[in-house]
Design a protein around this ligand. Structure first.
Ligand code: CA
Length: 226
């Protein structure tokens, strides 16, 4: 699940992004209005967390443009602005939910899960992948019906690879997806996550290949069987 976090307070953005990533979400952070507007035009996000007071372009303007383009990405507004009028105005503009800062992380994550689930049509979006099944909203995995224990980072790496089956992804791409741009992560940390993931998936015939000097790819299970 890919989340766009739009927040110009670097400290807050960093804290939120970190804890969402620890929960296994892929998080991208935009720190001003025009950047958020551009990324929303270019990319697919399963959820947008949107601050209102932003440099360049107000959050409510970003929201208005998003809905004018008929994009359905769920939007959860995070605002310091209190008051019923403000809340009603934002919901009328197309926000799906509204939280007043400071937000409690557990509540933010619960609301995020609810919005992502609703955004997927309310159904459990379970992806079948050979003998592996992935519930991308609940972030659970099963191997032949048995629950598979995955650490948050293993989960995020697996989701990232499953979305790019048979395509080579570099260590840098995985590192950015798991940790963000600004964290100092050794290539070793990525290797460790991949290696743990591998040992859990290989008994089920699911293979993560290493391409020397380039990165990894997840082999489509049908190809592996043949
Ligand atoms: Ca702000």
């Amino acid at each position: 699940m890919r989340i766009l976090l739009v927040e110009d307070d670097a400290l807050l953005a960093d804290g939120l992004a970190r804890s969402l990533r620890q929960s296994g979400y892929l998080v991208e952070v935009a720190s001003d209005g025009p950047t958020a507007d551009r990324w929303l035009q270019d990319g697919e996000f399963d959820l947008t967390l949107l601050d209102l007071g932003l440099p360049g372009l107000d959050g409510s303007e970003v929201l208005q443009r998003l809905r004018q383009r008929k994009q359905r990405t769920p939007v959860l507004v995070l605002s310091a602005r209190q008051g019923l009028d403000e809340r009603v105005r934002l919901l009328d503009l197309g926000a799906d939910d509204y939280m007043v800062k400071p937000v409690a992380l557990a509540e933010l994550e619960a609301r995020a899960r609810a919005l992502i689930r609703r955004g997927q049509g309310g159904a459990e979006p379970v992806i079948g992948f050979g003998r592996l099944q992935l519930d991308t909203v609940g972030r659970r995995a099963w191997l032949e019906g048995n629950a598979l224990e995955l650490a948050a980072r293993e989960w995020a790496a697996l989701e990232f690879l499953v979305q790019r089956v048979n395509r080579i992804v570099s260590k840098e791409q995985i590192s950015q997806a798991l940790y963000g741009w600004d964290e100092d992560i050794t290539p070793n940390a990525v290797e460790k996550s991949i290696s743990r993931l591998r040992s859990k998936l290989e008994p089920a015939g699911i293979t993560i290949r290493t391409v020397r000097g380039l990165g990894y790819y997840l082999e489509k299970p049908d190809d592996a069987a043949g």
